[in-house]
Design a protein around this ligand. Structure first.
Ligand code: KDG
Length: 316
């Protein structure tokens, strides 16, 4: 039974093994599964929450690798289809000792960018309790934006709790103004919004977590909760009622790779909400999974099983 659903673009990431070397000079790469929304589905599955992942890959070796890996992760693949007219997207990721790595995308006009809303017509949402949406999929193409909107509407009509992570990827947009306008508009259709503090500043013009939260709470009657990710500092949450709190992050001794930490945050939050935990407990778990995520070089490799999460809490 699937209680969770998401839609996105699966990617293969070729992660450089040459530390602090530019991507053009790097010579050795390791292959991993990637794609923000798929990362979330993988993390949810690892914590015991079955989900449906909607997307499309090309009829190529990366596409086959993705489908096999998604099946292995015990995620439902009925709506993960293959299209021989397009390719599967991939990206290169730098290895850095500090900060965020440079990435290079090879995903234009990919199979996922050509997933149309007509392909979603038969989806059964009757068992779904939570949907994870991110600002990456609608940034891919005009088609994916339309598909995203149609899907979001179906979720709203079915009264499904919808969580939106803006996940800004400026290189996927024609310009910054369009990115801001579209992402803020899409956010109006979700109950919970998860902006990172830097994204929040770009999207709302304020660098204060509370002002960022207020922006989203005020712009839509549907939005009930905003959780602003503060990186290593933790997170700030505010509810429509006006109640708010800040939780500090967990200390990490060695950061290996920051990519996938935001998706890990969503995994922690969404899995805890599915288990009936309070928002505070959910934000604490979100910070925990985010902290575990930065300690491995794949995008989703660091996400814990239930046992690993328990062990992490005990150590802290
Ligand atoms: O959030 C992690 C993602 O950045 C990564 O897996 C690749 O989906 C990806 C993207 O668009 O950057």
């Amino acid at each position: 039974m699937s209680e969770f659903i998401t839609i996105g673009e699966p990617l293969v990431v070729l992660a450089s093994e040459n530390q602090d070397i530019s991507l053009e000079a790097a010579e050795r790469f390791s292959k991993f599964l990637a794609g923000a929304e798929l990362n979330v589905a993988i993390g949810m599955s690892r914590l015991g929450h079955k989900g449906i992942y909607i997307s499309k890959v090309g009829d190529d070796s990366f596409g086959n690798f993705i489908i096999e890996s998604v099946k292995k992760a015990e995620i439902e693949t009925t709506y993960l289809t293959k299209d021989k007219n397009y390719s599967t997207g991939f990206y290169l990721k730098q290895k850095v000792s500090d900060g965020d790595p440079t990435v290079d995308y090879y995903r234009k006009n990919s199979a996922a960018a050509n997933l149309s809303s007509s392909e979603l017509e038969t989806i059964d949402l009757s068992e779904i309790k939570i949907a994870h949406l991110s600002g990456i999929f609608p940034a891919l193409s005009k088609t994916s934006l339309k598909t995203f909107q149609t899907f979001n509407q179906k979720l709203n009509e079915a009264n499904i709790l919808t969580i939106f992570d803006p996940n800004l990827r400026p290189v996927l947009w024609d310009n910054q103004e369009k990115m801001i306008r579209t992402i803020n508009d899409l956010a109006k259709r979700s109950q919970i919004i998860l902006p990172g503090i830097n994204e929040g500043e770009i999207l709302t013009g304020s660098s204060e977590p509370e002002k960022i939260a207020d922006f989203y709470l005020k712009q839509s009657p549907l939005t009930k909760t905003v959780v602003v990710k503060l990186g290593a500092e933790g997170a700030f949450a505010k509810l429509k009622s006006g109640e708010s709190f800040t939780l500090s992050g967990f200390k990490v001794t060695k950061v290996i790779d920051t990519v996938g930490a935001g998706d890990g945050f969503a995994v922690g939050l969404e899995s805890a909400l599915l288990e009936g935990k309070t928002l505070k407990e959910a934000v604490k778990r979100a910070c925990a999974v985010g902290a575990l995520a930065v300690q491995s070089s794949g995008d989703s490799e660091g996400y814990p099983t239930k046992e690993e999460l328990e062990a992490f809490y005990k150590e802290k």
